[in-house]
Design a protein around this ligand. Sequence first.
Ligand SMILES: O=C1O[C@H](COP(=O)(O)O)[C@@H](O)[C@H](O)[C@H]1O
Length: 453
Amino acid sequence: MTADTTLIILGASGDLTSRLLLPALGQLLTREPGRSVRLHGAGMEDWTDEHWREVVQKAFQTTDAAAAFAAVSETTYSRADITEPADLQKLLDDAEGRPALYFAVPPAVAEKSCLALSDVTIPDGTVLALEKPFGTDEASAHRLNQQLAKLVPEDQVFRIDHFLGRSTVLNLLGARFANRLLESVWSADDIASVEIDYPEALGLEGRAGYYDGAGALVDMIQSHLLQVMAFVTMEPPASLNQLDLRDATSAVLRATHVRDDDPVHNSRRARYTAGDVGDRHFTSYVDEPGVDAARGTETLAEMTVEVRNARWQGVPITLRSGKALSSGHRAVTVAFKPVRHLPGGFVGESEPSVLVFSLGPDTMSLGLNVNGADDPLELERVTLAADLGEGALKAYGEVLSGILDGDAMLAVRGDAAEQCWRIVQPVIDAWRKNEVPLDEYAAGTAGPASWNL
Ligand SMILES: O=C1O[C@H](COP(=O)(O)O)[C@@H](O)[C@H](O)[C@H]1O
């Protein structure tokens, strides 16, 4: 039987393929065994089909996906130089059904490959999936977008952001748009601030070649956290189809700017020194293999933005992420304003309500003031919490599902990718000019003591 789609993984021997893509595909095919997919791996290695099948099987076994292997037992591999039009042409010609080219390769190689695709006859419906970072600044992202536009229609370009496939991130939409209670308080009238924090215990994990050139700002904020912010702040879309949802995302990103246009007072950066995170010891970032200390790369970044529209005017939105940190709370925290008037007679403090979407484990909680059990007029804090479960698919599974369905709802649109660069550029510029100090924190702490995190 002919497959509906051939998923062609370019960079089949890479870490992304074995660590994330194949396990996610295995999970997806186990959950949805009816899918008709052919898998083909391509790369520079002289692998045989048998070797590739072993790689796939091993990756599938890291999940509950052994059964799914049957679905791709016919999977094939070919050696290909993906910057060569002839090799790309062959990959596309050999595909069954609709080809989906997944560029699991460094961005520079993906860009070269997209240029080479200009000399290739691309079958109708071909999907191109590109990993982050998409370009290195607004101008390069724009050039890449122009190149991609010559190849396939925009809704067949999947700029991958796996955070958009996380169930809690999708839950931001459910919570916001399916609850009148929240709908009516979701603006600067009632919200004092928003914080999106993603501390990681992981360090470089052998990725200095990429990370030392990117840093925490580009690695996490320019990409993932701005997309999360867009889900928190977008206007209600008419539907969740790719057109409406991505229109709403782009509109709010266009309105987003560094707070007060002042990156010096609205951004902070730091990098870790030696320390322990749990039972792992980290050397100082600058002593990690492959790191160029002179580059001054940050491993913890923070920036505060504002959305200049009627809904959000004046609300500070702080985005923060870093590596080798203590097990901090990964969360979107929406802090509400205090009540307009607290009637006299209550005992104790009335703290403003706080709604927290935890980004793993996936929970949602609401901190409220109630009357205490002992003294009926004494205010006490309670937290109403909901465990949202893990979601049927992991983030990459959701992303792959979109690619195989040809539904770009969870893919970053070209204009949004450019906006994300435009938003962070003033911070990058200020940091390059050393207008913001590069602080230090010991690995395993919450960040620099002076940050009061
Ligand atoms: O894309 C990336 O994301 C991960 C964090 O995402 P997670 O889902 O694995 O928690 C981050 O560690 C990595 O540096 C970044 O490139």
